[in-house]
Ligand binder design. Structure first.
Ligand code: FPP
Length: 239
């Protein structure tokens, strides 16, 4: 499917999709492999999903890569995931250029290994003019942490007197990005896991039993079709 084509095919296309890519560890365990193998396969699924979203003309895709809680994992697993992030950013730069994909970050960059923070910053700079799909890597990201960092910025700006939902939004990580319409979670768990707590207030959730490394382009399109069939009322009543 070519860029933008989806807009003419279905009525309600999500502008912004968030994905909680869960189940890498279970996928590996089920095959008697190391958890890291699951993350490696998970990276392959992430790359394919970015390509699909770009081809479909989706505007924003936020991938939950590493949460503020994921530091509790073993040092080996944490360094493996960080190495994958680096590999992804370095290895996909030509693909980002060819597909006009803009990379962004959500989360606390100051808590990342310096090398990773620098790498992300470089790719953000290199891709900032691209007008295609925007891929937001949620890395060292926590919804509560984002809100707390936002409150700190608000206090530093001494802007409390003018506090509304809209003005507070300016202190979040990416205020210009519209709220996610659809949040997909793989591997069956029914929880938010601290993902886009503020922005996801009215997101539609689609939970799939499939483990992230098994997730396919058809699954992604099926999740979008489920979203398209739902009625969103934002707390109001039927139109
Ligand atoms: C959740 O599965 C997955 C993660 C915490 C890591 C996600 C990382 C990737 C998919 C690879 C990097 C991707 C990019 C785009 C750089 P889990 O380990 O919690 O699985 P489990 O619940 O089955 O143990």
């Amino acid at each position: 499917m070519k860029g933008g084509e989806l807009n003419t095919e279905t009525k309600k296309v999500p502008t912004h999709i968030g994905i909680i890519m869960d189940g890498n560890g279970r996928w590996a365990k089920g095959r008697g492999q190391m958890r890291t193998q699951g993350h490696l396969e998970g990276l392959t699924t992430a790359k394919k999903t970015v390509k699909t979203a770009s081809d479909m003309g989706i505007s924003y895709l936020t991938l939950y890569v590493f949460s503020t809680e994921n530091w509790k994992r073993t040092a080996d697993e944490v360094s493996f995931i960080m190495a994958l992030v680096k590999q992804y950013l370095k290895g996909e730069l030509n693909f980002f250029r060819e597909n006009r994909i803009r990379i962004r970050h959500a989360g606390d960059a100051s808590g990342l290994p310096h090398e990773i923070a620098r790498e992300i910053q470089e790719v953000i700079e290199d891709t900032k003019a691209f007008e295609g799909l925007q891929v937001i890597l949620a890395l060292n990201y926590g919804g509560r942490d984002e809100i707390i960092r936002g409150v700190r910025r608000l206090l530093a700006a001494d802007a409390q007197s003018d506090l509304t939902e809209e003005t507070f939004r300016q202190y979040l990580d990416n205020p210009d990005i519209p709220d996610p319409d659809l949040i997909i979670r793989t591997a069956g768990e029914m929880r938010t896991s601290n993902f886009l707590l503020w922005e996801g207030a009215y997101a539609e959730y689609v939970v799939s039993e499939k483990l992230w490394p098994d997730w396919t382009e058809d699954d992604f399109k099926a999740a979008i079709a489920r979203f398209s069939g739902r009625e969103r009322r934002y707390g109001g009543t039927k139109a």
